[in-house]
Design a protein around this ligand. Structure first.
Ligand SMILES: Cc1cc2nc3c(=O)[nH]c(=O)nc-3n(C[C@H](O)[C@H](O)[C@H](O)COP(=O)(O)OP(=O)(O)OC[C@H]3O[C@@H](n4cnc5c(N)ncnc54)[C@H](O)[C@@H]3O)c2cc1C
Length: 428
């Protein structure tokens, strides 16, 4: 290839990390090629469904106003399921409802990713879809381009935004394959329901929505569920540990089906029709699984490819961190005075944009989400306590302290409670 056919940057993957990076580089006049294996950007992508807005504002001020988003989240909910019962903590914040820039929105990835890649294209990036990149071109220890089948494409820098199973990061020798303890396997369904029914069921206004983390009723398998209200659909799913799944017989699809049919869940989705069913892996080990080296000469890794995802059990942040890392990569490419400076300046940007400090802050959380009793004993105990408190049947109830003690002892010992509390305290 001649010099004129060489790009300033090639980005592999048109998810949020790749699109954010392409948008900024193209806007600043760089020649950018984004290669996406899906027929359209977003067609291969799965998410629970919430995006924290600040990340889009880092790309361009005001960008969230034109983004293809669903409902602004005004209710943050945590639900614990018993066998047939459910306890929900419902946090409503009027500020979330009214502010100029709502903190977060529910999101559907297929339309959002297509919109975001389209915006990068408007700025001048070239988006090539339906093409699988299958190798890197490395010369004199420098990454100088990529291969897609017989085609070779060259650039000053290759940015791997190819998601969790990043073959590019592996080819570059920066990352090993994931182990089953580092990821969660997610299944997700989009269930269509009329907007007015969603608003009634979740007690939200016309453009408002709820985000719900759900614990319990996953057949005792470590993990949890999620529910997000979109404009006229609900995103419902579970994310479970593959290592814990392997230790029992039930398939994840059957566990999901039981979860979905739980009376407290079904109440929210009843009369809906399924429009999409998908599965995907999620990075679950936070900072502990981020590669020590995030670049090599001519090569950077961003988003899920670098393991930039935080899951606290009540909140999952992957899309915003993917966008922030895309921004950091673009700023590094734009600001570096030499090829050698790009990598170190990318890491500096990740610090300055608070991505690495955030990952480090949450580094202990996988310890908490891996407490096995969080998925069964604690939610069931909470439900039984509620049942005791709200049962009035004409019989003389037992005294509260002794009833609570009995319920607790049925599920966990005092020793386990102290051990879990100490583990949680140390992890945070
Ligand atoms: C079930 C589930 C629920 C989640 N819930 C949330 C949530 O509510 N909020 C949140 O913030 N995060 C959530 N996440 C995490 C979030 O989805 C990811 O962190 C985020 O999508 C990462 O973005 P990315 O751009 O790095 O990678 P991806 O979105 O995975 O994009 C990678 C892109 O690269 C393309 N690609 C891959 N390999 C190649 C190749 N060789 N050649 C060409 N193209 C390639 C893919 O097709 C894809 O388009 C969830 C994830 C899952 C699975």
């Amino acid at each position: 290839m001649g010099d004129e056919e060489k790009f300033d940057a090639i980005i592999v993957g048109a998810g949020p990390a790749g699109a954010a990076c392409a948008y900024i580089l193209a806007r600043e006049g760089k020649s950018v090629l984004v290669i996406e294996r899906g027929d359209t950007a977003g067609s291969k992508n799965v998410t629970g469904g919430r995006l924290y807005t600040y990340a889009l504002e880092l790309v361009e001020s005001g960008l969230h106003k034109e983004a293809v988003l669903e409902r602004k989240v005004v209710r943050e909910q945590i639900m614990m399921l018993g066998e047939k019962t459910g306890v929900t903590i419902d946090y409503f914040d009027a500020d979330l409802a009214r502010t100029e820039m709502p903190q977060s929105y529910t999101v559907l990835r297929a339309p959002f990713d297509e919109w975001f890649a389209g915006k990068a294209e408007e700025k001048g990036a070239m988006i090539a879809t339906g093409i699988l990149v299958n190798d890197l071109i490395i010369k004199d220890d420098k990454v100088v381009g990529v291969k897609a089948g017989e085609d070779e494409m060259y650039a000053d820098v290759v940015i791997a935004a190819d998601g969790l199973n990043s073959f590019m990061a592996q080819k570059a020798g920066l990352k090993k394959d994931w182990t089953s303890h580092e990821v969660g396997v997610g299944v997700k369904e989009i269930i269509n329901l009329p907007a007015n029914i969603i608003q009634e069921r979740f007690n939200v206004g016309a453009d408002e929505g709820a985000a719900r983390a759900i614990l319990g009723q996953t057949n005792g398998v470590q993990g949890g569920g999620f529910l997000y209200t979109n404009k006229d659909s609900i995103s419902l799913g579970i994310v479970l540990s593959p290592a814990a799944l392997a230790q029992q017989k039930k398939k994840i699809a059957d566990i999901y089906q039981d979860f979905k049919m739980h009376p407290a869940i079904y109440q929210m989705i009843g009369d809906g029709t399924t429009s999409e069913y998908s599965a995907h892996l999620v990075p679950e080990n936070g900072w502990n699984s981020v590669p020590k080296q995030l670049y090599r000469d001519g090569f950077l890794i961003v988003g899920d490819a670098a393991g930039f995802c935080v899951n606290t059990g009540t909140m999952i942040r992957g899309i915003d961190l993917a966008i922030v890392s895309g921004v950091a990569a673009a700023q590094a490419v734009l600001g570096a005075k030499s090829r050698q400076e790009v990598g170190p300046s990318y890491v500096r940007e990740l610090h300055e944009l608070q991505l690495i400090p955030t990952m480090k802050l949450f580094a202990g959380w996988p310890e908490i989400t891996s407490i096995s009793r969080m998925t069964k004993q604690y939610p069931e105990m909470m439900n039984e306590m509620m049942k005791f408190m709200f049962t009035v049947d004409g019989k003389l109830p037992e005294k509260m302290p002794s009833a609570m003690k009995k319920i607790m002892e049925k599920h966990i010992s005092l020793g386990q409670l102290i051990a879990d509390g100490w583990k949680g305290f140390r992890a945070i």
